[in-house]
Design a protein around this ligand. Structure first.
Ligand code: ADP
Length: 255
């Protein structure tokens, strides 16, 4: 039985840096089996929110919960253990590791199998544990990097490093994937591949939060859009509702 992701519930979250209110009373839910896109102009608070969920910053107020329980956000490792994994705007790939080793390293945070059996279409939890190496290999196949397994990971082109980070997130057993501008710098072949991978993860019950600038990608991929401006949610709904919102058009699309 696939292990579905859990709802990530953000309620009344606020954060200030000195006198600068980066987030004010932000509330939304990222549902399992949905892609929730977080949009907004530069400085609107997207990265701050991601960093807060992932335990890099402490919120001044509000609650963040996962599957009905408060998410332990004191430390990034605790968040990872709870099943929330992220990618970075600049892929965070260590030096001196092969592509296969990077995927296997994702398991170090792992206490659950997360979406792995489902995305790899494995019949059971037992099969998912058949071997670390076998599973890492299949995750590489999922993102189309199996031909690069033995390559030095840090030397891969940007697009491949982004796909590798996604595979590492899955290997960690995460049910929630927070993807920070995951399509930026990808070419016209890589974007559709990434889009299909994200849809596959969503369709197996993953909870996906996408911080993204590419409006076309959002319209094609997101189930729900949360628009931020000046640290506040200014619109929330399906992509066409949000795209039609007057304040979004003014703030974000410059229309
Ligand atoms: P976005 O990701 O939407 O571009 P950010 O979350 O990076 O927005 O920034 C939101 C606001 O918080 C901005 O005014 C930014 O200057 C401020 N900010 C973000 N991180 C820090 C920090 N570490 N220290 C001080 N101010 C910060």
């Amino acid at each position: 039985e696939p292990v579905a992701g859990s709802a990530l519930v953000i309620e009344g979250v606020s954060k200030a840096f000195g006198g600068n209110r980066a987030l004010s009373d932000v509330t939304f839910t990222a549902k399992p089996g949905h892609v929730t896109a977080l949009i907004g102009p530069n400085g609107s608070g997207k990265t701050t929110l991601l960093n807060m969920v992932c335990g890099f910053y402490r919120a001044d107020g509000g609650t963040i919960s996962l599957g009905g329980k408060p998410l332990p956000t004191r430390h990034p490792h605790e968040v990872a253990r709870a099943g929330v994994s992220r990618t970075f705007q600049t892929p965070n790939i260590p030096e001196g590791m092969t592509v296969l080793e990077v995927v296997r390293s994702g398991r170090s945070a792992r206490e659950r199998v997360g979406l792995v059996p489902a995305v790899l279409r494995l019949p059971s939890y037992r099969r998912a544990r058949e071997s670390d190496r076998g599973e890492a290999w299949r995750l590489l196949e999922l993102v189309g990097l199996e031909g690069h397994a033995a390559d030095e990971a840090i030397s891969l082109p940007l697009g491949m490093r982004r796909l590798l980070e996604v595979a590492r997130c899955l290997a960690s057993g995460a049910g929630v994937l927070m993807l920070d501008e995951v399509a930026s710098g990808l070419d016209e072949h890589e974007v559709p591949r990434l889009t299909n991978i994200i849809r596959g993860i969503r369709d197996t019950g993953g909870t996906i939060v996408l911080v993204e600038h590419n409006f076309e990608l959002i319209m094609g991929l997101a189930d729900e859009v949360v628009a931020l401006a000046h640290g506040q949610v200014i619109a929330h709904g399906n992509p066409s509702e949000v795209a039609a919102n007057e304040q979004v058009r003014r703030e974000y699309l410059g229309a």
